[in-house]
Design a protein around this ligand. Structure first.
Ligand SMILES: Nc1ncnc2c1ncn2[C@@H]1O[C@H](COP(=O)(O)OP(=O)(O)OP(=O)(O)O)[C@@H](O)[C@H]1O
Length: 242
């Protein structure tokens, strides 16, 4: 058993000619808010999928809460929440029906599912079908579904992409609350301000490798620049693009 929430050693994954993840190692402490930053195609999503146990690594290993993430351990699924893309909703179901379905898959009482809808501010949209929700509402519903079984560890892949500034800030409040309740949160993001505000530590990734890990303030200081945006630019040589 290790006390880290996540321990990753030497992960590699290739798709045909593309070395998507090229020897990634990192650790996330329990209760930490950890951000993975990188330009398009850097390998963030593949890294998350390997760590979550959704893909088999070519090499290397990951442990979640002290257990190997591959081969998948059903007992672990109960303790981990993964935010699915809103395109993974069950078709034509309302917001309430979606989260009730997730709740029943996990054996969670319906009342808990309703409480999660309330937490993400979707009670008044409970009767709305998934395809009629706005982008922000769909994101919040997907986060609520990932949290309905009260996981200890939560993975979010670009949770605020495509949201307007107000909706992003509302989501930040929610993510902070989730973390302050003691959950470990790992997210990827396209937004440096978001990483700076939310994350205890960030890892900057490019070309399948982790270039640097540290607190946003420490990275800014280490590279003697003005902001995390500059850290990103200096390490990757690229503006952040969506
Ligand atoms: N299923 C797949 N089959 C083939 N190539 C893939 C597959 N998934 C990802 N790739 C390639 O692997 C590389 C890493 O992709 P990945 O989605 O992990 O990056 P990312 O950092 O999450 O990018 P983005 O910010 O655009 O989501 C990219 O070059 C991508 O084109």
């Amino acid at each position: 058993m290790t006390d880290a929430a996540i321990k990753v050693e030497g992960l590699r994954k290739r798709y045909g000619e593309t070395q998507a993840v090229d020897g990634v190692s990192f650790e996330v402490e329990r209760g930490e808010f950890y951000g993975i930053l990188g330009p398009n195609g850097a390998g963030k999503t593949t890294t998350l999928e390997l760590v979550e146990g959704l893909r088999e690594p070519d090499e290397g290993s990951a442990t979640l809460l002290g257990h190997p993430s591959w081969p998948r351990d059903p007992a672990l699924l109960r303790r981990v929440g993964v935010q699915l893309q809103s395109s993974s909703f069950f078709e034509r179901l309302t917001a309430r029906e979606q989260i009730h379905t997730f709740a029943s898959l996990y054996g969670v009482p319906a009342a808990r599912a309703d409480a999660m809808l309330e937490t993400v501010g979707l009670m008044e949209k409970a009767g709305t079908r998934e395809n009629k929700l706005s982008g922000g509402q769909a994101q919040r519903l997907s986060i609520a579904c990932a949290l309905v079984h009260d996981p200890e560890l939560v993975f979010l892949d670009e949770p605020t992409t495509g949201l307007d500034p107000q909706a992003r800030r509302n989501l930040w409040d929610l993510l902070r609350r989730i973390n302050s309740e003691g959950r470990t949160v790992v997210l990827t993001t396209h937004y440096m301000d978001e990483a700076e505000v939310l994350c205890d530590r960030v890892a900057v990734m490019d070309h399948g490798r982790m270039l640097r890990v540290g607190t946003p303030a420490a990275l800014v200081e280490e590279l003697a620049v003005a902001s995390l945006e500059d850290v990103f630019l200096q390490l990757t040589g690229r503006e952040y693009r969506e």
